[in-house]
Write a protein that binds this ligand. Sequence first.
Ligand SMILES: [Zn+2]
Length: 186
Amino acid sequence: MGEFSTPGKLLGTEEEFAVGDGVYSEEGRLHALCTGYALIDGQKVVSVKPSNAVPKMVAPGMVVYGRVEDIFEPIALVKIIPVEQSGVRQTQGDYFSVLHVSNIKRDYVESVRSEVHVGDIIKAVVSEIRRGELYLDMRSQDCGVVKAYCSMCRNPLYLKDRILVCHYCGNREGRKLSKEYSNIER
Ligand SMILES: [Zn+2]
């Protein structure tokens, strides 16, 4: 059983290890792609064995809500928020999923942080479940940030003329918004 890792965790460099399953390389640094245990085999291949058992209720195509817990470019780590559906809890316990920068908007997005911030609540579609890891897609109009907080003072941001405004400190911010955002600000 290796060291417990969450997506984005730095595991080493390409000089030390080769890239195995559940690992990605960015500028020569190796990071965990999923939640699980990092293992290094005899060939110096580092891999992360997923520890998450995907909840039975979750399947590709399902709409989920989640809270952005952390951002490690080019991915955001999103904790799924359990939602009651016909009296059945969608997920139980803490379940993490991955939002990659390429799945935020239909347009090119340079960095995750330009469109979502830690603490935001997002609506997304489960795009795939691969090696026990759940991947999200929020490119559709319906999906995106449904509630956001000021990055200066942490108060809720209000949508006004398609710009998010903080009523406390006057800060203005941008996000990839869901069309649901206006419903929640009231
Ligand atoms: Zn503020």
